[in-house]
Design a protein around this ligand. Sequence first.
Ligand SMILES: Cc1ncc(COP(=O)(O)O)c(C=O)c1O
Length: 506
Amino acid sequence: MDASEFREFGKAAVDFVADYLENIRDHEVLPSVEPGYLVELLPKQMPETPQSWREVLSDIDRVIKPGITHWQSPHMHAYYPTSTSYPSIVGEMLASGFSVVGFSWICSPACTELEVVVMDWLAKFLKLPTQFLHETEGPGGGIIQGSASEAVLVAVLAAREQAVRRESQLHPELSEGDIRGKLVAYSSDQSNSCIEKAGVLAAMPIRLLPAGEDLVLRGEALKEAIEQDVEAGLIPVICIATLGTTGTCAYDDIESLASICEAHHVWLHVDAAYAGAAFALEECSQLRRGLDRVDSLNFNLHKFMLVNFDCSAMWLRDSNKVVDSFNVDRIYLKHKYEGQTQIPDFRHWQIPLGRRFRALKVWITFRTMGAEGLRAHVRKHIDLAKQFEDMVKSDTRFELVAPRALGLVCFRAKGDNEITAQLLQRLMERKKIYMVKAEHRNRLFLRFAICGMDPKPADIKYAWSEIESQLTEITTPQLITRKAADVTELSQHLSGLQLTNETLER
Ligand SMILES: Cc1ncc(COP(=O)(O)O)c(C=O)c1O
């Protein structure tokens, strides 16, 4: 393909995407294909000779689109949102155009320096403590990782290596193997699966501590666990707290956790993958409490900050702790300016060597939306969730299982879990909206998350009408059966009475 054909293909692809996103409500949010549908449709080998891009684009419409789950549909309410926006899509395209691999400054100075700039812009926008800014004198700073899972793994691995070094100095009599065998980490039983996975990958057990009735992890639970472990000769390494848990968007108590971590030299990481966006809002300022005491935190711009996947911001209070832990060098990776400036070589702050130019889409999105536009977007999600919450509250057949938090409402049909399970099954079969279930203390519930590129109040009404009408469908046969049973019982009762009267008459 030459440049002129690329121009044609690229323009047609932009039109394709714009048509798709503009008309996204025309699609059922869930696809109607069975496993293996695409494998059946496509040839077993790549074509031997080049095919025309027109043919390829038409196949995207014909065979790929039917197998898409429409995450950008406003009828998507499952998981948490994965955002996108037109500027961000253009940013991805331009980054692909440059196709740089910016693992060190020299590999593409603009890639590294733009990341430094946007991470400081973002930290200020979110009103994070200044220790996380690159521009602040000191070892703090931010980096863009691919996902929250990667950010958590980086924190867990760095904390582990720091603990091994510290303990080796404190206890020269212990071998490194002995020390590694005693390491232990902590999180809440409400934390995302990626945290447990980070423990598996780091070969370090993560104790999932029971959150309170309100699903919040507090310092007391951590204190008790750490004291037990120290008593048993173990070495506490890191606690991963969550602001905005995946199940119900609960917020762990960072201040009380920080006090315990400080007392025991335990690294405190905060996973704010979803809720981090709300740090930007004055009305949510309480969420930022205690962040000046954490060692690291992560927040997914690809959740609801209008930047498309993948884009996960991570800040470190002392980046040297990560750099020291991961610094593996080769002569071909060295360059003249290495370590001489404040500008980092981000390869030391992450797991892979290569890195994408993600900062470009962030910069373009921030500039074209402005701080005002980003805040308005977060507030819109909150307002739409409030609209849905009011609908749930106004129908006595439903109940909330946790307070609405940001753009998430957790609710269930009153009564047995079976009713909620049936409701979800029905909704999934109809494919008009998509939600997922969760469970807490044996109570099944549904999570209604505001998602999609441009959700509107009418979409929330649409979802509610689908949910409540399907509950009516499920419960009506039960009502009829119950009424029929009542009638039978009554008539038996009456015939009994009649018998008695007859007997009396006789
Ligand atoms: C609180 C929380 N942490 C971590 C993750 C994992 O995010 P990622 O897919 O970016 O690794 C999620 C995903 O929804 C989440 O809700």
